[in-house]
Design a protein around this ligand. Structure first.
Ligand SMILES: *[C@@H]1O[C@H](CO)[C@@H](O)[C@H](O)[C@H]1NC(C)=O
Ligand SMILES: *[C@@H]1O[C@H](CO)[C@@H](O)[C@H](O)[C@H]1NC(C)=O
Ligand SMILES: *[C@@H]1O[C@H](CO)[C@@H](O)[C@H](O)[C@H]1NC(C)=O
Ligand SMILES: *[C@@H]1O[C@H](CO)[C@@H](O)[C@H](O)[C@H]1NC(C)=O
Ligand SMILES: *[C@@H]1O[C@H](CO)[C@@H](O)[C@H](O)[C@H]1NC(C)=O
Ligand SMILES: *[C@@H]1O[C@H](CO)[C@@H](O)[C@H](O)[C@H]1NC(C)=O
Length: 521
Protein backbone atom coordinates (compact mmCIF):
# COMPACT_ATOMS: atom_id res chain seq x y z
CA UNK A 1 0.00 0.00 0.00
CA UNK A 2 1.46 3.37 -0.96
CA UNK A 3 1.35 6.33 1.27
CA UNK A 4 -1.27 7.90 -1.01
CA UNK A 5 -3.53 4.89 -0.70
CA UNK A 6 -3.16 5.00 3.05
CA UNK A 7 -4.30 8.59 3.05
CA UNK A 8 -7.28 7.69 0.88
CA UNK A 9 -8.25 4.88 3.26
CA UNK A 10 -7.82 7.30 6.14
CA UNK A 11 -10.13 9.77 4.42
CA UNK A 12 -12.71 7.11 3.66
CA UNK A 13 -12.72 6.07 7.33
CA UNK A 14 -12.82 9.70 8.48
CA UNK A 15 -15.61 10.70 6.14
CA UNK A 16 -17.61 7.59 7.07
CA UNK A 17 -17.14 8.61 10.67
CA UNK A 18 -18.36 12.15 9.90
CA UNK A 19 -21.40 10.85 8.01
CA UNK A 20 -22.17 8.49 10.92
CA UNK A 21 -21.75 11.33 13.36
CA UNK A 22 -24.09 13.51 11.35
CA UNK A 23 -26.62 10.68 11.24
CA UNK A 24 -26.29 10.15 14.97
CA UNK A 25 -26.81 13.84 15.60
CA UNK A 26 -29.80 13.92 13.27
CA UNK A 27 -31.23 10.84 14.96
CA UNK A 28 -30.96 12.65 18.24
CA UNK A 29 -33.35 15.29 16.97
CA UNK A 30 -36.75 13.71 17.44
CA UNK A 31 -39.82 14.65 15.47
CA UNK A 32 -42.15 16.62 17.69
CA UNK A 33 -45.91 16.49 17.27
CA UNK A 34 -47.90 18.67 19.65
CA UNK A 35 -51.65 18.08 19.69
CA UNK A 36 -53.65 20.69 21.57
CA UNK A 37 -57.32 19.99 22.29
CA UNK A 38 -59.69 22.88 22.93
CA UNK A 39 -61.81 23.01 26.13
CA UNK A 40 -61.27 19.31 26.85
CA UNK A 41 -62.27 18.68 30.47
CA UNK A 42 -60.62 16.63 33.20
CA UNK A 43 -63.45 14.06 33.34
CA UNK A 44 -63.77 13.75 29.57
CA UNK A 45 -61.01 11.24 28.95
CA UNK A 46 -61.44 7.48 29.42
CA UNK A 47 -58.58 7.06 31.87
CA UNK A 48 -60.13 9.54 34.29
CA UNK A 49 -63.20 7.31 34.45
CA UNK A 50 -65.34 9.19 31.93
CA UNK A 51 -68.41 7.64 30.35
CA UNK A 52 -66.97 9.06 27.10
CA UNK A 53 -64.84 6.53 25.26
CA UNK A 54 -61.35 7.54 24.18
CA UNK A 55 -59.64 4.28 23.24
CA UNK A 56 -56.86 5.90 21.21
CA UNK A 57 -55.97 8.47 23.85
CA UNK A 58 -56.13 5.81 26.57
CA UNK A 59 -53.86 3.43 24.69
CA UNK A 60 -51.34 6.06 23.59
CA UNK A 61 -51.05 7.50 27.08
CA UNK A 62 -50.92 4.07 28.72
CA UNK A 63 -47.75 3.39 26.75
CA UNK A 64 -46.43 6.87 27.49
CA UNK A 65 -46.39 9.13 30.52
CA UNK A 66 -49.65 10.55 31.88
CA UNK A 67 -49.18 13.96 33.45
CA UNK A 68 -51.45 14.14 36.49
CA UNK A 69 -50.06 17.30 38.10
CA UNK A 70 -50.08 19.25 34.86
CA UNK A 71 -51.38 22.78 34.52
CA UNK A 72 -52.62 24.97 31.72
CA UNK A 73 -54.19 28.42 31.69
CA UNK A 74 -57.94 28.81 32.14
CA UNK A 75 -58.56 30.21 28.62
CA UNK A 76 -57.62 29.67 24.97
CA UNK A 77 -55.44 32.65 24.12
CA UNK A 78 -53.52 32.61 27.42
CA UNK A 79 -52.60 28.92 27.19
CA UNK A 80 -51.52 29.23 23.56
CA UNK A 81 -49.61 32.39 24.39
CA UNK A 82 -47.63 30.62 27.11
CA UNK A 83 -47.06 27.54 24.96
CA UNK A 84 -45.60 29.67 22.18
CA UNK A 85 -43.51 32.04 24.35
CA UNK A 86 -42.57 29.96 27.42
CA UNK A 87 -43.52 33.03 29.42
CA UNK A 88 -46.28 33.99 31.83
CA UNK A 89 -49.07 36.18 30.45
CA UNK A 90 -48.18 38.94 32.89
CA UNK A 91 -44.94 39.30 30.93
CA UNK A 92 -46.57 39.81 27.55
CA UNK A 93 -49.35 42.18 28.65
CA UNK A 94 -51.86 39.46 27.82
CA UNK A 95 -52.98 38.60 31.35
CA UNK A 96 -56.57 39.56 30.60
CA UNK A 97 -58.85 37.32 28.55
CA UNK A 98 -58.76 36.19 24.95
CA UNK A 99 -58.21 38.14 21.73
CA UNK A 100 -61.60 39.02 20.23
CA UNK A 101 -61.89 39.16 16.41
CA UNK A 102 -61.79 42.97 16.16
CA UNK A 103 -59.07 43.72 18.70
CA UNK A 104 -55.93 45.16 17.11
CA UNK A 105 -53.23 43.28 19.00
CA UNK A 106 -51.31 40.00 18.96
CA UNK A 107 -48.55 38.26 20.91
CA UNK A 108 -45.91 41.02 20.96
CA UNK A 109 -43.79 40.80 17.83
CA UNK A 110 -40.56 41.01 19.83
CA UNK A 111 -41.37 37.67 21.46
CA UNK A 112 -39.52 34.78 19.83
CA UNK A 113 -41.92 31.88 19.44
CA UNK A 114 -41.44 28.12 19.77
CA UNK A 115 -41.65 27.40 16.00
CA UNK A 116 -38.96 30.01 15.30
CA UNK A 117 -36.66 28.25 17.77
CA UNK A 118 -37.44 24.85 16.27
CA UNK A 119 -36.76 26.22 12.80
CA UNK A 120 -33.41 27.55 13.96
CA UNK A 121 -32.67 24.07 15.29
CA UNK A 122 -33.17 22.69 11.77
CA UNK A 123 -36.80 21.59 11.90
CA UNK A 124 -39.50 21.73 9.26
CA UNK A 125 -42.31 23.55 11.06
CA UNK A 126 -46.01 23.09 10.34
CA UNK A 127 -49.15 24.26 12.00
CA UNK A 128 -52.70 23.04 11.64
CA UNK A 129 -55.73 24.52 13.41
CA UNK A 130 -56.56 27.30 15.80
CA UNK A 131 -54.17 30.23 16.12
CA UNK A 132 -56.00 32.73 18.37
CA UNK A 133 -52.84 34.70 19.07
CA UNK A 134 -53.79 37.78 17.09
CA UNK A 135 -54.09 38.54 13.39
CA UNK A 136 -54.89 42.24 12.94
CA UNK A 137 -51.80 42.62 10.78
CA UNK A 138 -49.91 40.17 8.61
CA UNK A 139 -46.83 40.15 10.82
CA UNK A 140 -48.94 38.43 13.49
CA UNK A 141 -49.83 35.41 11.34
CA UNK A 142 -48.45 31.91 12.04
CA UNK A 143 -46.51 31.90 8.76
CA UNK A 144 -44.71 35.09 9.86
CA UNK A 145 -43.96 33.71 13.28
CA UNK A 146 -42.03 30.56 12.52
CA UNK A 147 -44.34 28.13 10.73
CA UNK A 148 -43.43 27.01 7.18
CA UNK A 149 -47.04 26.07 6.49
CA UNK A 150 -50.42 26.68 8.06
CA UNK A 151 -53.98 25.51 7.57
CA UNK A 152 -56.45 26.74 10.11
CA UNK A 153 -58.46 29.52 11.61
CA UNK A 154 -57.29 32.68 13.28
CA UNK A 155 -60.02 33.40 15.86
CA UNK A 156 -62.19 30.89 17.76
CA UNK A 157 -65.74 29.51 18.18
CA UNK A 158 -66.60 29.12 14.52
CA UNK A 159 -68.86 26.63 12.83
CA UNK A 160 -67.25 23.18 12.39
CA UNK A 161 -68.67 22.74 8.89
CA UNK A 162 -68.98 26.20 7.29
CA UNK A 163 -65.86 27.55 9.07
CA UNK A 164 -67.73 30.82 9.57
CA UNK A 165 -67.19 32.87 12.68
CA UNK A 166 -70.07 35.11 13.78
CA UNK A 167 -69.08 38.04 15.93
CA UNK A 168 -71.06 40.88 17.39
CA UNK A 169 -68.87 43.68 18.64
CA UNK A 170 -70.05 45.15 21.94
CA UNK A 171 -68.63 48.57 21.08
CA UNK A 172 -68.95 48.77 17.29
CA UNK A 173 -72.21 48.71 15.38
CA UNK A 174 -71.08 45.46 13.85
CA UNK A 175 -72.57 42.02 13.66
CA UNK A 176 -70.82 39.85 11.14
CA UNK A 177 -70.61 36.22 10.11
CA UNK A 178 -67.61 35.58 7.89
CA UNK A 179 -65.28 32.78 6.88
CA UNK A 180 -62.25 32.16 9.09
CA UNK A 181 -60.05 29.62 7.35
CA UNK A 182 -56.66 30.07 5.77
CA UNK A 183 -54.14 28.00 3.91
CA UNK A 184 -50.86 29.80 4.45
CA UNK A 185 -51.95 33.42 4.33
CA UNK A 186 -54.63 32.89 1.68
CA UNK A 187 -58.31 32.54 2.45
CA UNK A 188 -59.29 28.88 2.02
CA UNK A 189 -62.75 28.70 0.47
CA UNK A 190 -62.79 25.07 -0.66
CA UNK A 191 -63.62 23.28 2.59
CA UNK A 192 -67.25 24.14 3.16
CA UNK A 193 -69.03 21.12 4.64
CA UNK A 194 -65.83 19.35 5.69
CA UNK A 195 -65.97 18.66 9.43
CA UNK A 196 -63.16 20.53 11.13
CA UNK A 197 -61.76 17.58 13.10
CA UNK A 198 -61.43 15.56 9.89
CA UNK A 199 -60.14 18.49 7.85
CA UNK A 200 -57.40 19.30 10.35
CA UNK A 201 -56.31 15.72 10.99
CA UNK A 202 -56.23 15.01 7.26
CA UNK A 203 -53.92 17.98 6.74
CA UNK A 204 -51.73 16.75 9.60
CA UNK A 205 -51.56 13.33 7.95
CA UNK A 206 -50.64 14.74 4.55
CA UNK A 207 -47.83 16.74 6.19
CA UNK A 208 -46.56 13.51 7.72
CA UNK A 209 -46.84 11.66 4.39
CA UNK A 210 -44.99 14.36 2.49
CA UNK A 211 -42.31 14.84 5.11
CA UNK A 212 -38.73 14.36 3.98
CA UNK A 213 -37.51 12.30 6.87
CA UNK A 214 -33.91 13.62 6.81
CA UNK A 215 -35.24 16.79 8.38
CA UNK A 216 -36.79 16.65 11.83
CA UNK A 217 -40.47 17.58 11.90
CA UNK A 218 -42.19 19.95 14.28
CA UNK A 219 -45.95 19.90 13.85
CA UNK A 220 -48.41 21.80 16.02
CA UNK A 221 -51.95 20.49 15.65
CA UNK A 222 -54.37 22.80 17.46
CA UNK A 223 -57.68 21.00 17.02
CA UNK A 224 -61.02 22.81 17.08
CA UNK A 225 -62.39 19.87 19.06
CA UNK A 226 -64.03 19.98 21.51
CA UNK A 227 -64.90 23.67 21.84
CA UNK A 228 -68.48 24.89 21.32
CA UNK A 229 -70.52 24.99 19.07
CA UNK A 230 -71.61 21.43 19.69
CA UNK A 231 -71.48 20.00 16.17
CA UNK A 232 -70.55 16.52 15.07
CA UNK A 233 -71.46 14.04 12.32
CA UNK A 234 -74.22 11.74 13.54
CA UNK A 235 -72.11 8.56 13.37
CA UNK A 236 -69.97 9.73 16.29
CA UNK A 237 -73.01 10.38 18.50
CA UNK A 238 -74.84 7.09 17.87
CA UNK A 239 -72.86 5.12 20.49
CA UNK A 240 -73.88 7.66 23.14
CA UNK A 241 -77.65 7.26 23.03
CA UNK A 242 -77.40 6.30 26.73
CA UNK A 243 -76.44 9.89 27.61
CA UNK A 244 -79.66 11.77 28.33
CA UNK A 245 -78.25 15.32 28.43
CA UNK A 246 -78.17 16.61 24.84
CA UNK A 247 -75.11 18.83 25.32
CA UNK A 248 -73.16 16.03 26.94
CA UNK A 249 -74.20 13.55 24.25
CA UNK A 250 -73.09 15.79 21.37
CA UNK A 251 -69.93 16.69 23.24
CA UNK A 252 -69.18 12.98 23.73
CA UNK A 253 -69.50 12.49 19.97
CA UNK A 254 -67.08 15.35 19.38
CA UNK A 255 -64.60 13.77 21.80
CA UNK A 256 -64.90 10.47 19.91
CA UNK A 257 -64.13 12.23 16.62
CA UNK A 258 -61.10 13.85 18.23
CA UNK A 259 -59.95 10.53 19.65
CA UNK A 260 -60.21 9.00 16.18
CA UNK A 261 -58.25 11.93 14.71
CA UNK A 262 -55.41 11.41 17.18
CA UNK A 263 -55.47 7.70 16.34
CA UNK A 264 -55.25 8.50 12.63
CA UNK A 265 -52.34 10.91 13.10
CA UNK A 266 -50.46 8.38 15.20
CA UNK A 267 -51.06 5.67 12.64
CA UNK A 268 -49.68 7.91 9.89
CA UNK A 269 -46.53 8.54 11.93
CA UNK A 270 -46.08 4.78 12.29
CA UNK A 271 -46.84 4.05 8.65
CA UNK A 272 -44.33 6.63 7.44
CA UNK A 273 -41.63 5.28 9.76
CA UNK A 274 -41.38 8.45 11.84
CA UNK A 275 -42.89 7.09 15.03
CA UNK A 276 -39.79 5.48 16.54
CA UNK A 277 -38.15 8.91 16.67
CA UNK A 278 -41.21 10.97 17.60
CA UNK A 279 -42.23 12.73 20.77
CA UNK A 280 -45.99 13.27 20.77
CA UNK A 281 -47.50 15.61 23.33
CA UNK A 282 -51.23 15.74 23.91
CA UNK A 283 -52.66 18.56 26.01
CA UNK A 284 -55.86 20.43 26.58
CA UNK A 285 -55.71 24.22 26.50
CA UNK A 286 -57.91 24.73 29.56
CA UNK A 287 -60.54 23.02 31.69
CA UNK A 288 -63.88 21.92 30.26
CA UNK A 289 -66.78 24.29 29.74
CA UNK A 290 -69.71 22.89 31.75
CA UNK A 291 -72.12 25.10 29.80
CA UNK A 292 -71.18 23.22 26.62
CA UNK A 293 -71.08 19.60 27.68
CA UNK A 294 -67.64 19.47 29.31
CA UNK A 295 -66.90 18.13 32.78
CA UNK A 296 -64.02 18.52 35.18
CA UNK A 297 -65.41 16.28 37.91
CA UNK A 298 -64.42 15.98 40.73
CA UNK A 299 -62.52 19.25 40.44
CA UNK A 300 -64.04 22.57 41.40
CA UNK A 301 -64.93 25.26 38.86
CA UNK A 302 -64.46 25.14 35.11
CA UNK A 303 -62.90 26.95 32.17
CA UNK A 304 -62.42 30.68 32.80
CA UNK A 305 -61.73 30.15 36.51
CA UNK A 306 -58.56 29.71 38.56
CA UNK A 307 -60.02 26.71 40.40
CA UNK A 308 -58.47 23.35 39.58
CA UNK A 309 -61.33 22.67 37.15
CA UNK A 310 -60.06 25.57 35.07
CA UNK A 311 -56.33 24.98 35.18
CA UNK A 312 -55.52 21.35 35.93
CA UNK A 313 -55.25 19.93 32.45
CA UNK A 314 -55.43 16.59 30.75
CA UNK A 315 -52.01 15.91 29.25
CA UNK A 316 -49.62 13.14 28.37
CA UNK A 317 -46.50 12.35 26.36
CA UNK A 318 -46.25 9.31 24.11
CA UNK A 319 -42.92 8.36 22.59
CA UNK A 320 -40.61 5.39 22.11
CA UNK A 321 -37.89 7.73 23.42
CA UNK A 322 -39.33 7.89 26.95
CA UNK A 323 -37.11 6.19 29.52
CA UNK A 324 -39.99 5.18 31.78
CA UNK A 325 -42.94 4.47 29.52
CA UNK A 326 -46.21 3.38 31.09
CA UNK A 327 -45.91 5.61 34.13
CA UNK A 328 -48.13 8.20 35.78
CA UNK A 329 -46.29 11.40 36.49
CA UNK A 330 -47.12 13.61 39.48
CA UNK A 331 -44.45 16.24 39.06
CA UNK A 332 -45.56 19.87 38.80
CA UNK A 333 -45.52 20.74 35.10
CA UNK A 334 -47.00 23.74 33.30
CA UNK A 335 -47.82 24.59 29.71
CA UNK A 336 -45.08 27.26 29.71
CA UNK A 337 -42.57 24.43 30.25
CA UNK A 338 -42.99 22.98 26.75
CA UNK A 339 -40.94 25.66 25.00
CA UNK A 340 -37.67 25.01 26.88
CA UNK A 341 -38.45 21.27 27.01
CA UNK A 342 -39.06 20.84 23.28
CA UNK A 343 -36.26 23.16 22.22
CA UNK A 344 -34.02 21.15 24.55
CA UNK A 345 -35.08 17.88 22.90
CA UNK A 346 -34.42 19.48 19.51
CA UNK A 347 -30.88 20.28 20.60
CA UNK A 348 -31.72 23.91 19.92
CA UNK A 349 -31.12 27.06 21.85
CA UNK A 350 -33.49 29.45 23.60
CA UNK A 351 -31.15 32.35 22.89
CA UNK A 352 -33.14 35.30 21.68
CA UNK A 353 -36.16 34.68 23.85
CA UNK A 354 -36.99 37.04 26.67
CA UNK A 355 -36.51 35.63 30.20
CA UNK A 356 -38.41 32.35 30.31
CA UNK A 357 -40.88 31.34 33.02
CA UNK A 358 -40.92 27.75 31.78
CA UNK A 359 -38.51 24.97 32.74
CA UNK A 360 -37.04 22.09 30.80
CA UNK A 361 -39.03 19.23 32.32
CA UNK A 362 -37.90 16.41 30.00
CA UNK A 363 -36.03 14.52 32.72
CA UNK A 364 -39.06 14.82 34.99
CA UNK A 365 -41.28 13.36 32.26
CA UNK A 366 -38.95 10.80 30.71
CA UNK A 367 -37.02 9.58 33.76
CA UNK A 368 -39.32 10.52 36.63
CA UNK A 369 -36.84 13.00 38.11
CA UNK A 370 -38.10 15.78 40.38
CA UNK A 371 -39.53 18.69 38.43
CA UNK A 372 -37.34 21.79 38.45
CA UNK A 373 -40.56 23.79 38.82
CA UNK A 374 -41.23 24.63 42.47
CA UNK A 375 -43.71 27.43 41.93
CA UNK A 376 -46.40 28.22 39.40
CA UNK A 377 -48.05 31.57 38.88
CA UNK A 378 -51.54 30.77 37.63
CA UNK A 379 -52.28 34.41 36.79
CA UNK A 380 -52.80 37.94 38.07
CA UNK A 381 -55.59 39.81 36.29
CA UNK A 382 -56.89 43.01 37.90
CA UNK A 383 -59.58 43.38 35.19
CA UNK A 384 -61.06 39.89 35.52
CA UNK A 385 -64.75 39.27 35.01
CA UNK A 386 -66.74 36.27 33.86
CA UNK A 387 -70.15 36.99 32.42
CA UNK A 388 -71.15 33.34 31.94
CA UNK A 389 -73.89 32.18 34.32
CA UNK A 390 -72.66 30.35 37.41
CA UNK A 391 -75.57 28.44 38.97
CA UNK A 392 -76.65 29.74 42.37
CA UNK A 393 -73.70 32.05 42.85
CA UNK A 394 -73.51 35.78 43.59
CA UNK A 395 -70.02 35.76 45.15
CA UNK A 396 -68.66 38.60 43.13
CA UNK A 397 -70.80 41.16 44.93
CA UNK A 398 -70.44 39.79 48.44
CA UNK A 399 -66.70 39.41 48.01
CA UNK A 400 -66.19 43.10 47.27
CA UNK A 401 -68.02 43.93 50.49
CA UNK A 402 -65.85 41.75 52.69
CA UNK A 403 -62.43 42.66 51.26
CA UNK A 404 -61.96 45.78 53.39
CA UNK A 405 -62.71 43.82 56.57
CA UNK A 406 -60.53 40.86 55.68
CA UNK A 407 -57.45 40.24 57.83
CA UNK A 408 -55.28 40.43 54.71
CA UNK A 409 -56.85 43.68 53.50
CA UNK A 410 -53.72 45.67 54.26
CA UNK A 411 -51.20 43.28 52.76
CA UNK A 412 -48.88 44.71 50.13
CA UNK A 413 -50.68 42.66 47.46
CA UNK A 414 -54.18 43.97 46.67
CA UNK A 415 -56.33 40.96 47.58
CA UNK A 416 -59.26 42.23 45.51
CA UNK A 417 -57.30 41.20 42.44
CA UNK A 418 -58.13 37.91 40.73
CA UNK A 419 -54.92 35.93 41.17
CA UNK A 420 -53.61 32.50 42.09
CA UNK A 421 -50.22 31.00 42.80
CA UNK A 422 -49.04 27.50 43.53
CA UNK A 423 -45.97 26.62 45.59
CA UNK A 424 -45.31 22.90 46.03
CA UNK A 425 -48.52 21.61 47.65
CA UNK A 426 -49.99 25.03 48.46
CA UNK A 427 -52.30 27.11 46.33
CA UNK A 428 -53.34 30.62 47.22
CA UNK A 429 -56.21 32.41 45.52
CA UNK A 430 -57.15 36.06 45.87
CA UNK A 431 -60.10 38.10 44.62
CA UNK A 432 -62.88 36.35 42.74
CA UNK A 433 -61.42 33.18 41.17
CA UNK A 434 -64.39 32.58 38.85
CA UNK A 435 -67.30 30.16 38.97
CA UNK A 436 -66.63 27.98 42.03
CA UNK A 437 -69.27 25.25 41.74
CA UNK A 438 -68.49 21.57 42.24
CA UNK A 439 -70.41 20.38 39.21
CA UNK A 440 -71.76 16.86 39.67
CA UNK A 441 -70.45 13.87 37.79
CA UNK A 442 -72.35 13.89 34.48
CA UNK A 443 -73.06 10.15 34.52
CA UNK A 444 -74.24 10.14 38.12
CA UNK A 445 -78.03 10.22 38.15
CA UNK A 446 -78.17 9.93 41.96
CA UNK A 447 -76.83 13.35 42.78
CA UNK A 448 -79.03 16.39 42.57
CA UNK A 449 -77.32 18.89 40.27
CA UNK A 450 -78.38 21.89 42.35
CA UNK A 451 -77.20 20.48 45.66
CA UNK A 452 -73.47 21.28 45.68
CA UNK A 453 -72.99 23.18 48.91
CA UNK A 454 -72.53 26.93 48.73
CA UNK A 455 -69.22 27.87 50.24
CA UNK A 456 -68.52 31.39 51.40
CA UNK A 457 -65.72 32.73 49.33
CA UNK A 458 -63.08 34.86 51.01
CA UNK A 459 -60.73 37.34 49.38
CA UNK A 460 -57.78 35.16 50.38
CA UNK A 461 -58.03 31.37 50.26
CA UNK A 462 -55.42 28.70 50.82
CA UNK A 463 -55.67 25.04 49.85
CA UNK A 464 -53.38 22.05 50.21
CA UNK A 465 -53.79 20.78 46.66
CA UNK A 466 -51.93 17.54 47.27
CA UNK A 467 -54.32 16.47 50.01
CA UNK A 468 -57.31 18.42 48.78
CA UNK A 469 -57.35 18.66 44.98
CA UNK A 470 -61.08 19.42 45.09
CA UNK A 471 -60.43 22.64 47.04
CA UNK A 472 -63.01 21.89 49.71
CA UNK A 473 -60.98 22.69 52.81
CA UNK A 474 -59.87 26.32 53.02
CA UNK A 475 -56.94 26.59 55.46
CA UNK A 476 -55.64 30.18 55.37
CA UNK A 477 -56.44 30.73 59.06
CA UNK A 478 -54.32 27.71 60.04
CA UNK A 479 -51.29 28.68 57.98
CA UNK A 480 -50.90 32.49 58.10
CA UNK A 481 -47.14 32.24 57.46
CA UNK A 482 -47.78 30.39 54.19
CA UNK A 483 -50.38 32.98 53.20
CA UNK A 484 -48.00 35.82 54.00
CA UNK A 485 -45.25 34.22 51.94
CA UNK A 486 -47.48 33.57 48.93
CA UNK A 487 -48.92 37.09 49.03
CA UNK A 488 -45.33 38.33 48.92
CA UNK A 489 -44.69 36.11 45.91
CA UNK A 490 -47.77 37.49 44.17
CA UNK A 491 -46.60 41.02 44.90
CA UNK A 492 -43.16 40.09 43.55
CA UNK A 493 -44.68 38.78 40.30
CA UNK A 494 -47.05 41.70 39.97
CA UNK A 495 -44.03 44.06 40.08
CA UNK A 496 -42.69 42.40 36.95
CA UNK A 497 -46.04 42.52 35.11
CA UNK A 498 -46.41 44.41 31.86
CA UNK A 499 -49.36 46.79 31.65
CA UNK A 500 -52.45 45.00 30.34
CA UNK A 501 -52.95 45.30 26.61
CA UNK A 502 -56.65 44.87 25.82
CA UNK A 503 -57.49 47.40 23.12
CA UNK A 504 -60.93 48.50 21.96
CA UNK A 505 -62.42 46.92 18.86
CA UNK A 506 -61.18 48.46 15.63
CA UNK A 507 -63.95 49.12 13.06
CA UNK A 508 -61.53 48.28 10.25
CA UNK A 509 -61.76 44.62 11.30
CA UNK A 510 -65.05 44.24 9.40
CA UNK A 511 -64.52 41.70 6.59
CA UNK A 512 -67.70 42.91 4.89
CA UNK A 513 -70.53 40.74 3.62
CA UNK A 514 -68.31 38.56 1.38
CA UNK A 515 -64.86 38.73 2.99
CA UNK A 516 -63.03 36.62 5.56
CA UNK A 517 -61.71 37.44 9.02
CA UNK A 518 -58.07 38.36 8.77
CA UNK A 519 -55.45 41.08 8.84
CA UNK A 520 -56.76 44.60 8.28
CA UNK A 521 -54.03 46.91 9.48
C1 LIG B 1 -75.63 50.15 12.27
O1 LIG B 1 -75.44 49.28 11.18
C2 LIG B 1 -76.61 49.07 10.41
C3 LIG B 1 -76.32 48.01 9.36
O2 LIG B 1 -75.04 48.14 8.83
C4 LIG B 1 -77.07 50.41 9.78
O3 LIG B 1 -78.24 50.23 9.05
C5 LIG B 1 -77.31 51.42 10.92
O4 LIG B 1 -77.60 52.66 10.38
C6 LIG B 1 -76.07 51.51 11.82
N1 LIG B 1 -76.37 52.32 13.00
C7 LIG B 1 -75.55 53.25 13.46
C8 LIG B 1 -76.00 53.96 14.69
O5 LIG B 1 -74.49 53.52 12.93
C1 LIG C 1 -59.71 8.49 10.38
O1 LIG C 1 -59.37 7.71 9.27
C2 LIG C 1 -60.45 6.98 8.70
C3 LIG C 1 -59.88 6.09 7.64
O2 LIG C 1 -59.19 6.83 6.71
C4 LIG C 1 -61.46 7.96 8.18
O3 LIG C 1 -62.57 7.29 7.65
C5 LIG C 1 -61.93 8.87 9.30
O4 LIG C 1 -62.78 9.88 8.82
C6 LIG C 1 -60.74 9.52 9.98
N1 LIG C 1 -61.21 10.26 11.13
C7 LIG C 1 -60.96 11.55 11.37
C8 LIG C 1 -61.56 12.14 12.58
O5 LIG C 1 -60.26 12.22 10.65
C1 LIG D 1 -36.74 3.61 13.02
O1 LIG D 1 -37.45 3.13 11.92
C2 LIG D 1 -36.74 3.17 10.71
C3 LIG D 1 -37.68 2.79 9.59
O2 LIG D 1 -38.52 1.73 9.94
C4 LIG D 1 -35.54 2.22 10.83
O3 LIG D 1 -34.80 2.28 9.64
C5 LIG D 1 -34.68 2.68 11.99
O4 LIG D 1 -33.64 1.79 12.21
C6 LIG D 1 -35.49 2.79 13.26
N1 LIG D 1 -34.68 3.42 14.28
C7 LIG D 1 -34.65 3.02 15.52
C8 LIG D 1 -33.79 3.81 16.45
O5 LIG D 1 -35.27 2.07 15.91
C1 LIG E 1 -57.41 46.66 44.10
O1 LIG E 1 -57.84 45.88 42.99
C2 LIG E 1 -59.17 46.11 42.59
C3 LIG E 1 -59.50 45.08 41.52
O2 LIG E 1 -58.60 45.15 40.47
C4 LIG E 1 -59.30 47.54 42.13
O3 LIG E 1 -60.63 47.79 41.76
C5 LIG E 1 -58.87 48.48 43.26
O4 LIG E 1 -58.87 49.82 42.80
C6 LIG E 1 -57.50 48.14 43.76
N1 LIG E 1 -57.19 48.91 44.96
C7 LIG E 1 -56.07 49.63 45.09
C8 LIG E 1 -55.92 50.35 46.38
O5 LIG E 1 -55.24 49.69 44.20
C1 LIG F 1 -56.10 48.50 57.31
O1 LIG F 1 -55.44 49.75 57.50
C2 LIG F 1 -56.33 50.81 57.76
C3 LIG F 1 -55.53 52.12 57.77
O2 LIG F 1 -54.36 51.95 58.52
C4 LIG F 1 -57.05 50.55 59.07
O3 LIG F 1 -57.97 51.60 59.34
C5 LIG F 1 -57.82 49.24 58.97
O4 LIG F 1 -58.40 48.90 60.20
C6 LIG F 1 -56.89 48.10 58.55
N1 LIG F 1 -57.69 46.92 58.26
C7 LIG F 1 -57.47 45.73 58.82
C8 LIG F 1 -58.44 44.63 58.46
O5 LIG F 1 -56.52 45.51 59.52
C1 LIG G 1 -79.48 5.57 37.12
O1 LIG G 1 -78.72 4.88 36.15
C2 LIG G 1 -78.68 3.47 36.32
C3 LIG G 1 -77.70 2.87 35.31
O2 LIG G 1 -77.80 3.51 34.09
C4 LIG G 1 -80.12 2.92 36.16
O3 LIG G 1 -80.13 1.53 36.33
C5 LIG G 1 -81.02 3.59 37.20
O4 LIG G 1 -82.37 3.19 37.01
C6 LIG G 1 -80.94 5.12 37.10
N1 LIG G 1 -81.67 5.72 38.21
C7 LIG G 1 -82.47 6.77 38.05
C8 LIG G 1 -83.07 7.30 39.31
O5 LIG G 1 -82.73 7.27 36.97
Amino acid sequence: MTEGNGKAVYWIIASTFIVNLAQTLAARQPHVVFILADDFGWYDIGYHGSEIRTPNLDKLSAGGVRLENYYVQPLCTPSRNQLMTGRYQIHTGMQHQIIWPCQPYCVPLDEKLLPQLMKEAGYATHMVGKWHLGMYKKDCLPTRRGFDTYLGYLTGSEDYFTHFRCYQSPSLNLSRCALDLRDGEEVATGYKGVYSTELLSQRAISIIERHISQKPLFMYVALQAVHAPLQVPERYVTPYSFIKDTNRRLYAGMVSAMDEAVGNITMALQKEGLWNNTVLVFSTDNGGQTLSGGSNWPLRGRKWSLWEGGVRGVGFVASPLLKQPGTVNRELIHISDWLPTLVGLAGGSTTGTKPLDGFDVWNAISKGFASPRLELLHNIDPLYYDTAPCPGRQHKLTLAQVVSRDMWANSSFNVSIHAAIRSSKWKLLTGYPGCDVWFPRPDDNTSDSSSSEVDHLKPVMLFNIEKDPEERNEVSAKFPKVVEHLLCRLEHHQKSAQPINFPDDDPRCDPGPTGAWGPWA
